[in-house]
Design a protein around this ligand. Sequence first.
Ligand code: ADP
Ligand code: MG
Length: 680
Amino acid sequence: MDSRTPLSETLATTSRHLKGLAEIGVQTVGDLLNYFPRAYSDFSQLRKISEVVLGEENTVVGKIQKLRTFRTPRGKTLITAKLFSADGELNLTWFNQTFITRILRNGDEIAISGKVQISPTGKLSMISGNFEKISDEMLHAGRIIPIYRTHGKLISSKWLREKIYPLLDFAKKIPPLLPREICKNENLMNFGEAIRQIHFPDSFEKLERARESLAFEELFFLQLGGLLRKLDWKRGATGSGKKIPHSPELLAEFAAKIPFKFTRAQKISSAEILRDLKKDLPMNRLLEGDVGSGKTIVAALAIFLAVRAGFQSSLLAPTEILATQHFRNFLKILHPLGIRGGLLTGSTPAKKKKEISAKLKSGELDFVVGTHALLESHVAFQNLALTVIDEQHRFGVEQRILIKKNSTPHVLSLTATPIPRTLALTIFGDQDVSIIDELPPGRKPAITRIVPPKKRREAERWIESEVQKGRQVFIVCPLIEESEVLEIKSAKKEFKRLSEEVFPQLELGLIHGRLKSKEKEVVMRRFAEKEIQILVATTVIEVGIDIPNATIMLIEAAERFGLAQLHQLRGRVGRGSDQSYCFLFFESESEDVRTRLHAMEKISSGFELAKMDLKLRGPGEVFGVRQSGIPDLKVAKLTDYEIIKKSRNAAEQLLADDSKLKNHPQIFERLREMERQPVR
Ligand code: ADP
Ligand code: MG
């Protein structure tokens, strides 16, 4: 038997169980050993009911009786029960956890953890304890018990425990994949032991060490893969890049057309980009910078240079509003320099589309700004040398089509999700990273306030007085994730209420995703030209919109957004020299909501907020979409900064000594396997 042995050959079980396992991707011995618990129950510290310690967390075992459900006069659901054991009884209470009535029955045996108190009537009681139904096996084990993600009726946690436990002896014999020096230098737990401890830990300390050791290995392979792809690509693509040179004269020509000086960080990033562009190796670089840090102008410089070198450029934006705005800004800067551009979006009329396509093909246009429409098959270029992808995390794999089709142009991706450099390198493995880590001078952070419902009127009156002083306002309607239609409906209602009841004497505009692009454009233009004072919007305004005179951002139901998104929205104000404000309204409150919204009040750095969001909600939420290339990690977390750093160093070191992994065939083989596995 080895890790690759099919379970059908070794596991004493039914074909229905095997089918169930296959459905969750578990087919070999190795797969099963790598099916890690999602949580643990601690039965090593069981206490008898007669021995519980008051005011402390206790885990006790007993039988449920007298299960009852009540509704309180204030509309809450109250569930009570008694827990009996041989040596005592305990009153149990849960608030608003109606699902419990579906899981628990009188007579069930459970283990329950929580604080134990003495009730006014002198009874022992536990409120909102966490419980699990138990089986004999758990009780007898008297240890930390793994809880697995279950699948259907057959693949239960108990069943998985029974099947995995006997494999642990075998696990001990699996040779470690990582080179011995790395294991030693990093003080990693022996691989087989780590597998044993992650499933059936002897203690929480050992569990944590096992997790760290396995996380190291996981992050090591993830980063090694990225580094290797980068190396390969450099080897393969050398000579195919279109060299884009620069000169002091060209840079001066560009600088003369913009009304400000580059910040230090913009200069450093541009220098990194320019260095890449003049090589015959296509650039693949991520430009990362907080909202408002001025990424666009750096991209414009690259486009300018590409055109001067006789090539075409394209810019891909995630929404029409953004594409249109970019196009206008670029025209302002590039048109006076004699550069010709086109705009191509989903709502460009067919005839116009054809015309633009033809001009791109013939080389009559130097650059094109567009949305997904640019990726359509009939759009072809004469000699595309540079593609800029704005808000790259909004795009999935389809962006690669554009890149492939045009014989690998230089690629510059922009992102405002401020993630630490090491993390960016991990996630976007094969890209180089430049960071703009300062804002243009004179920016004041927005003053951010959580507004409790009773202060709403006051806030509205204040906004009105600010508008009378010439300021403009964004009002963002509640995010409704499940349905754009519902979201727009509620935005329309809100717009009506605001224009008729709250701000009848002001000019309001409404913008949402279902407006025709012409309509959107009209609204945005009227807002930019100050005809509209308050813009009511759905989250379509989230990214990129740049209206310096707008100084107030009001966000409804702020609790529905993550920190990174709130920060993006807040980034729509504070773009001019006036003090700006961000008001956070909320509909429902909880501990978690308070933590998040308070963070917005205190922290103005997107970098810090993203870090916090990663911790609170996880990477999928921070970056929005699933296909954003964020790896699905098994044990590692993207907040394991220290392990990320160490494993990256180890991976770099390994490649420095053995760039083709000739001396590490098993590692090479493992990477190949990882590539074959479909990304979920
Ligand atoms: P983002 O990085 O969020 O895409 P933008 O590129 O939209 O930011 O820039 C935000 C605003 O800052 C724009 O109005 C832009 O003209 C301005 N800006 C960019 N760089 C500078 C600078 N060095 N000095 C002053 N203003 C700048
Ligand atoms: Mg931008």
